[in-house]
Design a protein around this ligand. Sequence first.
Ligand code: M6R
Length: 611
Amino acid sequence: MCGIVAYIGSKPARELLLEGLKRLEYRGYDSAGIAMLNGGLHVARTMGRVSGLEEMVIDDEAFNGTIGIAHTRWATHGEPSERNAHPQCDDGKKGHGIRIVHNGIIENYASLKTYLKERGHEFTSDTDTEVLAHLIGELYNGNLETAVQAALREVTGAYAIAVVCEEEPDVLVVARKGSPLIVGVGKDEYVVASDSSAIVAHTTQAFLLDDETVARLTRDSFRTTTVENVELTPEIQELEYSLEQIELGDFDHFMLKEIYEQPATLKTCMQGRVNAIDGNIVLGGVAEFAEQLSKAKRILLLGQGTALHAAMIGEYLFEGLAGIPTEVEFASEFRYRNPIVEEGTIAIAVSQSGETADTLAAVQEAKRRGAITLGAVNVVGSTISRDTDAGVYLRVGPEIGVASTKAFIGQVAVLTMLATYVGRRHHLGKELMTELLAALEAMPMHIEKVLGESDHILQITKGVVDRDNWLFLGRGTNYPVALEGALKLKEISYIHAEGMPAAEMKHGPIALIDKGMPVVIVATKGSQYEKVIGNMEEVRSRGGHIIAVATEGDTAIQKHCDDVIYVSDVPEPLQPLLSVIPLQLIAYHAAVLRGKDVDKPRNLAKSVTVE
Ligand code: M6R
């Protein structure tokens, strides 16, 4: 995924575009570029971060314009380099001064490139985007909007694009299919971006472009059409994000800010939904499917990465609390199998962004095969939220840190609410329901308490941070927590870590354990506690350095481990919401201690909108 920002209006576009790019940099940061129309076309591109681009243009008068497009890239086609950076252009010799920024992938770029080469086009980059720029140039006949529409009719794949043309210096054309693009509407100005964080500082009025829709923007007008040129009337809405939500404030990193937001975001996620006094759950978003949910024969949970780990916890919850057979699938695998989707299946797509390409394709596949589809999604209006039959939003606010934290808590909370909502219509008794909901309502307070242990967790992490191989172990619902702990550590500190069910260790991975190897074991009180203690002893006897996450008051555990982090005593099905917090903090501290760029880990982007 990359970041797009574009502007047309009367303000200085350079500052606005650079500021927008910085806000979008978490979407990709291999290279960056800007194109400005200001008495001619001016372009700057560079490898690396937006700060480098800023240095190139900040004092250059050529970039004093009021219309421009900009991009921060996460490479898919073509290595990260200046020539592959966006904006890409149409043919230098016979072109019309077309510049384009693009998110997504043009799947048929190879055949289009061959066609264009036959017509004399010469290419200077390895990107699919340049092919699209040339195609628009080839079809250009004095009207940029028409040329973009015509080009997009020839294209297969996904795109969000912003295009300018030297021959039409007061026109900005944008379009999307399968990759998000939002048009912010100000007074005689438009700010377009691939997510609202680049818009809210300027306006909170915006419309979301639908798939295969093109918008032509001038300073005081806009027109939206399909790629077939059928005129549309988009609905202008109020953006929900506030500026404060996307600013760092007093924190050093967005990841840390988001870890600390979790008590508050969990409250917001449960607000108006969890009612412990009545022992009731209200989920307006899925109310029209209440009957199908209660009668569901099978639940299918789809996701990738952290969202998949949340889904794995969901499996325990749906089976344990609602008694419904449940399966979890990597969305990327599900979409290419020949999956059996029986009648009465409810497929739930779990996703922070609501744009992950594999998760989207998997849930579409489940729908094609007859499933009712629901979303457990954070970003309002995202493609998955729009493509599913209904859903429950996470309501955790914008997540900027590439390492997902508060969205994980939101995903687990939503799946817990869904499982109890369905469970109550099955065999989940009122007493247990009330007990669970009361514990759920108290969870923000318990999370707050773990956050108070951050310094202690930092000291523990310091003791082992130089080790390059770690294990994370857990059982039951704490097994996916172990997976999540390992993922967090590897993605931001580049330490090799593996998560697994504690019992699986004996079947091979135990060979890895040598003196001082850090092994993080989630050993909270529950049905498998004794067995986990057994696993700890297996590690200890081989010299591993054990960091246990244990239940408050369990002093006996200290003799089995080297370090212990206590969390409150909560019912077993809810433990993941708490036991994951120390693991998030371990990963954060390890990355900072190793001097890594926590919010922009190498090779990653916030969401993966390509296969
Ligand atoms: O936006 P999504 O929740 O669909 O994203 C899924 C994964 O790409 C995401 O959770 C990824 O694993 C995170 N970087 C993990 O921290």
